[in-house]
Write a protein that binds this ligand. Structure first.
Ligand SMILES: [Zn+2]
Length: 140
C-alpha cells in the first residue's frame, strides 16, 4: 500500500491536488513522507525521546494526531539527486503551506506550538477524533 492509499479517500484526493499545485509552484518534485499512522505506531513515536532512545519528535499521544485517523500527511520536496530536501528554504515550505490553506486544509507551517512545515491536516479531523473518543468508531 502506498502512503496516499493509507489516507481517507476524500482527504487523499485533496493531497493529490495539493502535490500537483505545489510541484507547479515550486518546480520541484514532492513526496509523502508519512500518511496514516496506527495507534501502535503513534505510541512508538511518542515514546521516542521519553522512555525509548532518540530525540522527541512528537507531542501527540495515540489518538491525538490527525495521522491516526488518516487525515494528515507530511509532504517534502525532493532534491535533484533524488534525496528528500529537508533543508529547503522556508519560502519553499511556505508555498506548500499557503496552497494547503487555500484548499481549506491546515498546515503545520503555521502551528503556534511547534513548527511542523511538512505537516498538512484536514480541518475537520477533530470531529472524527470526537467520534472515536465517544466509542462510535473503531480506529486501529
Ligand atoms: Zn504530520
Amino acid at each position: 500500500m502506498t502512503r496516499i492509499e493509507t489516507l481517507e479517500p476524500e482527504f487523499a484526493e485533496k493531497i493529490k491536488l495539493l502535490i500537483k499545485a505545489t510541484e507547479m509552484a515550486t518546480q520541484l518534485k514532492w513526496i509523502i513522507t508519512s500518511g496514516r499512522r496506527t495507534m501502535a505506531e503513534q505510541l512508538k513515536l511518542y515514546e521516542q525521546g521519553r522512555t525509548a532512545p532518540g530525540k522527541v519528535v512528537t507531542n501527540a499521544r495515540p489518538g491525538s494526531s490527525a495521522h491516526n485517523f488518516g487525515l494528515a500527511a507530511d509532504l517534502a520536496p525532493m532534491r535533484r539527486d533524488g534525496r528528500i530536501w529537508w533543508e529547503a528554504p522556508k519560502s519553499v515550505w511556505q508555498k506548500m503551506a499557503d496552497l494547503a490553506r487555500e484548499m481549506g486544509m491546515v498546515s503545520g507551517f503555521y502551528f503556534k506550538t511547534i513548527y511542523d512545515a511538512p505537516h498538512v491536516e484536514d480541518a475537520g479531523w477533530k470531529t472524527v477524533q470526537a467520534k472515536w473518543k465517544a466509542g462510535e468508531i473503531h480506529v486501529s
